[in-house]
Design a protein around this ligand. Structure first.
Ligand SMILES: [Zn+2]
Length: 317
């Protein structure tokens, strides 16, 4: 078997070159000798360059390579000495094949190319922030949604090695839409950020609800109650945010503005704890239809209370 290829020589770097130097050397050479540019003549050279980079850019592989290389050199020295005997050296002992896909992924995993060929930022830092609008019902129940993220991938045509590549405009990367399933945790709050791996950061925005507002884990709503019911007391049926309708007892002589608390009918708390409550503020309305006979009844009532006409003022809440 032939001597191991000199990967350092192929990349034109010294044996103690650091990772950044190796990467820089690789990029320059990979661009220069890419088959899309130099055609078939460059193919072997390009393969060697990539093979060299694959080994030298991986600290473990590089260490193994250095070890075998030194071993080979030692055996060469013995071979030339007295009692020479041919030593078999099987390069396949190194036990790796060329994995082009992961090679380029490793190289291009973060960032885009700049004109100087340096990759900027990592994918994590680059994960775009999107707004994820969720309904209050989704906050109550949790749920799953799908989002589409535009992700950068190594250019399938030039693999980031051709500044004149039409497919990627020389950026080395192309935009690919990717779909991800997102789990909405129950109790999620406005402004919370949900991470989808390294792919996206989703800033939660809870959509306004026609019947409820939210205050932490509590829900607030206005409960319309008819004047006679508020006076006499009784039951009303209300539809909470989620789940079956519930019966609410309105006590006798309930004033407008009274808040009825329905325990546990609010929202779950993110991370556990008791559910919030549903707070219903009573507003009064006249029953429909309100007849002439009803009017006469109220005239009677007013006569009975002509000494209490109200008229107090207090600041609005
Ligand atoms: Zn390209």
């Amino acid at each position: 078997m032939a001597a191991p290829k000199d990967y350092y020589k192929i990349l034109g770097v010294s044996e103690n070159a650091d990772a950044a130097t190796i990467k820089r050397a690789y990029r320059e050479l990979a661009r220069k000798y890419h088959p899309d540019i130099g055609g078939k003549a460059n193919e072997e050279r390009f393969k060697d360059i990539n093979e060299a980079y694959q080994v030298l850019s991986d600290p473990k592989k590089r260490q193994e390579y250095d070890r075998l290389r030194q071993g080979f050199a030692a055996r060469e020295a013995r071979r030339r000495g007295p009692g020479y005997q041919r030593v078999s050296f099987d390069w396949n002992d190194l036990g790796w094949g060329t994995d082009w896909g992961s090679l380029f992924e490793d190289l291009l995993g973060g960032g885009r190319w700049t004109t100087t060929g340096e990759a900027q930022r990592t994918r994590r830092a680059e994960a775009p922030e999107q707004t994820l609008t969720v309904t209050l019902e989704q906050v109550a129940l949790g749920g799953r949604v799908y989002i589409t993220v535009q992700e950068l991938e190594p250019c399938p045509v030039c693999h980031g090695t051709n500044p004149d590549c039409a497919r990627c405009q020389g950026l080395g990367q192309v935009t690919v839409p990717k779909k991800f399933e997102v789990t909405i945790p129950p109790g999620v709050e406005d402004g919370n950020v949900l991470r989808v791996g390294d792919h996206a950061r989703l800033k939660v925005e809870v959509a306004p609800h026609p019947r409820f507002t939210r205050q932490g884990a509590d829900l607030k709503g206005i409960l319309m109650v008819s004047v006679p019911l508020a006076a006499a007391g009784g039951e009303v049926t209300v539809k909470p945010l989620v789940g079956d309708p519930v019966t609410v007892t309105v006590p006798r002589h309930t004033n407008a503005g009274t808040v009825l608390r329905l325990r546990g009918l609010g929202l779950p708390r993110r991370g556990g704890g008791p559910r919030g409550d549903l707070l219903l503020e009573v507003q009064l309305r006249f029953p429909e239809p309100f007849t002439a006979a009803d009017d006469r009844l109220y005239q009677e009532l007013l006569k009975n209370h002509s000494d209490d006409r109200g008229g107090e003022i207090h600041a609005p809440r």
